[in-house]
Ligand binder design. Structure first.
Ligand code: SF4
Length: 75
């Protein structure tokens, strides 16, 4: 499958969810150390690079990214 286009941090949904490409750069109070897209249940990509997120249909998010909807993957 073709790679999905990357979501922009300035995308309205991204802004609403406080999405950042680099989880370590967020200043959001909801961020917990260690959380990133790669360990979020809405993410279906690999541990590195980019992959799909259910909250951003048709776009890709960064494995090392983060947003306020982060929910830990079930084991
Ligand atoms: Fe990343 Fe999860 Fe937010 Fe999607 S919902 S952008 S995978 S933290």
């Amino acid at each position: 499958a073709a790679d999905l286009p990357p979501v922009s941090e300035s995308d309205p949904t991204a802004k609403a969810l406080g999405y950042v490409e680099d989880a370590s750069k967020t200043t959001n109070a909801k961020y917990k150390a260690g959380d990133d897209c790669a360990n979020c249940q809405f993410y279906s990509g690999g541990a590195t690079g980019r992959g799909p997120c259910q909250l951003f249909p048709g776009k890709s998010v960064n494995a090392k990214g983060w947003c306020v909807s982060h929910t830990p993957k079930k084991a």
